[in-house]
Design a protein around this ligand. Structure first.
Ligand SMILES: Cc1cc2nc3c(=O)[nH]c(=O)nc-3n(C[C@H](O)[C@H](O)[C@H](O)COP(=O)(O)OP(=O)(O)OC[C@H]3O[C@@H](n4cnc5c(N)ncnc54)[C@H](O)[C@@H]3O)c2cc1C
Length: 297
């Protein structure tokens, strides 16, 4: 579907279930990245799996990028890739991988002869299951004890000579991975906008029902003063997401102006909306009073 429709439907869904949206977004982003840069002969079947809606045959996607010393600074990547026939063998440790048991993983590794910048890091596709039906050689060392998004696991991985296929040009690895990161960033912003909407809806519902000093909270001027800015932020976030979805659609269709705009809109939306979501949801917790601090609520 068009990006705008995708974001609109996801925005509604995420208000009910947040964790699933991360693997769904990475699956979408992996298919997009493989389509854009991968050899269709090599990756056609994987793209079909990633875009399938059949529960029996569908694949999910993930990205193994972060290493202990290489988070923001990806040029510090230590995972090594060595050529092996038509493919590559990858060895190293990945420190933060969401949806770690995905079927199709995009990952970064240093290749022989590459320099010490991000140009020395290539993009590879790691299948969970090898063409002969056996499991690829990497293990999940442990799952992370995250503070949030707990319904979706994130893990630490050791790649032990894992089989992988090269995606696009080796020295464009990070540039190509940025396509997946940016698609995930916009999705993150959409999900945070949805969390804000849910928080505002809960706040309004509670303020209408809860009576203090003889009147519903909603009729108390200071409560209205508290809720209005939250509603404005939620509305503004939705506007920014829909505008960005529209620009991404136009950019994909070749509109140069939209291409420049989406480059700027993506980090702005991610930065602004995700930060605001923490404030809006924190305020919404206070609106529920003591219950706002209790897990059941
Ligand atoms: C819920 C969750 C899910 C994740 N899922 C994945 C995943 O699926 N795959 C994956 O690969 N990674 C994943 N990550 C990891 C994430 O991508 C990294 O944590 C992130 O890239 C930052 O790297 P770092 O933790 O090493 O922080 P660092 O690079 O050490 O940065 C620490 C802080 O310094 C700031 N900073 C960095 N450079 C500068 C600078 N030049 N000037 C000023 N400040 C700077 C950063 O913004 C950050 O606030 C996930 C993280 C979280 C929280």
């Amino acid at each position: 579907p068009p990006h705008l429709a995708k974001y609109a439907m996801s925005y509604v869904f995420v208000q009910a279930e947040f964790g699933l949206a991360c693997p769904v977004s990475m699956t979408d982003a992996a298919a997009r990245t493989l389509r854009k840069f991968g050899d269709p002969k090599l990756f056609g079947a994987y793209i079909d799996g990633l875009t399938s809606t059949d529960a029996e045959t569908r694949y999910t996607g993930a990205m193994f990028m972060t290493e202990t010393q290489a988070g923001t600074d990806i040029a510090m990547t230590e995972t090594r890739a060595v050529p092996d026939g038509d493919g590559w063998r990858l060895s190293g440790k990945k420190w933060f991988t969401s949806n770690p048991d995905a079927d199709v993983v995009l990952t970064l590794a240093k290749y022989p002869g590459g320099d010490d910048t991000t140009r020395g890091v290539g993009l590879f596709m790691l299948p969970k299951v090898l063409p002969d039906g056996t499991r690829n050689s990497y293990v999940i060392d442990r799952l992370k004890d995250k503070m949030g998004t707990r319904s979706m696991p994130s893990g630490e991985i050791t790649l032990d000579g894992a089989y992988a296929l090269q995606v696009g040009r080796l020295d464009h690895g990070f540039k190509q991975m940025a396509e997946m990161i940016n698609t995930s960033r916009l999705s993150n912003a959409m999900r945070s906008a949805a969390l804000m909407r849910r928080a505002v809806s809960e706040s309004v519902e509670h303020a209408r029902a809860r009576v203090v000093f003889g009147k519903p909270l909603m009729e108390q001027p200071l409560m209205r003063n508290t809720i209005l800015p939250l509603a404005l932020e939620a509305e503004a976030a939705l506007g920014l997401i829909f505008h960005s979805g529209d620009m991404l659609q136009k950019a994909d269709a070749g509109d140069e102006n939209a291409k420049s705009l989406i480059r700027v809109l993506t980090p702005i939306a991610k930065h602004y909306i995700c930060k605001k979501a923490r404030w809006v949801t924190g305020e919404a917790m206070e609106i529920r009073g003591g219950n706002g601090y209790i897990e059941d609520w």
